[in-house]
Write a protein that binds this ligand. Sequence first.
Ligand code: XMP
Length: 326
Amino acid sequence: MNLSKRPDDMQRITNSKLAEAFIADQIAAIKAQVGDNKVLLALSGGVDSSVVAALLNLAIGKQLVSVHVNTGLMRKGESEEVIEVFRDQLDVNLVYVDAAKRFLNALEGVADPEEKRKIIGAEFIRVFEEEARKLDDIAYLAQGTIYPDILESDSVKAHHNVGGLPDDMHFELVEPVRLLYKDEVRMVGSTLDLPYRMVNRQPFPGPGLGVRCLGAITQDRLDAVRESDAILTEEVYRNRSENEIWQYFTVIPDFRTTGVKDGKRVYEWPVIIRAVNSVDAMEASIPPIPHTMLNRITRRILEEVPGVCRVLYDLSPKPPSTIEWE
Ligand code: XMP
């Protein structure tokens, strides 16, 4: 049964016992829905698609074909972790597509944020479709849709939704976590023994680092935004602040700034630190991050990230600023 509304009496999944019951129910429901058929899943490595992959793996094992597209716009180590967890540890059928060059080529010279989003969305669908067409007899498509996605028919979603599969590809949808809120998906994920970092991943936009490397994307800035983001993340975890900050990342603008390195003037990129708290992304506030932590992050970025000579900290709430810079 594919309910589109959460029943009023549905119990909130707040502990692993309730999560275990949910998992058992969903395994039975998935088996009943798909029988012996194969199911295709786009596995990004975010918490929702990861939980769906783990559930489907338990329910139907090798009937699941998951596809991970590395857009080249992923965070550091993200694609590697998908391969390690799903292919190496869980023995999931995983097709890994390294499409980084394709995405960069398609984005070459494009500076407008909405244009970038459209290109990334369209390219993703194209790559995924190419992989889907190589596979025979797939009638089902699994998705990590969660309840807020269904409720959110507003401008955020419209602005973020970048496409769908072509009309001639007909799939029946399998959406096992469609009635769950994010915290419930995380509870199910940790009960399924997915790694802590994967289960607690902060929201990451579909276009990924593509909208954090401002303006027309260049490889040097893309590498620098990925490295600085990894340093920020490491330090947030070191301070055990990962559950206190809702979303944190770095941004690199498309202008340079003057600095001094080894006694010589340089003309390099600035890095902007963004960290916000929010409930639903509609409004955001700035959490109090200790100065010692900010200083350490700044020092590490300046020492470890090539091509960067300045670090800035964005203190703007939403509204009027958006969370992302593009
Ligand atoms: P803004 O920047 O609009 O972001 O305040 C609100 C939330 O949405 C995320 N975001 C996106 N998510 N595709 C997505 O899937 C997008 O194009 C996109 N743009 C922003 C952002 O990270 C924040 O959590």
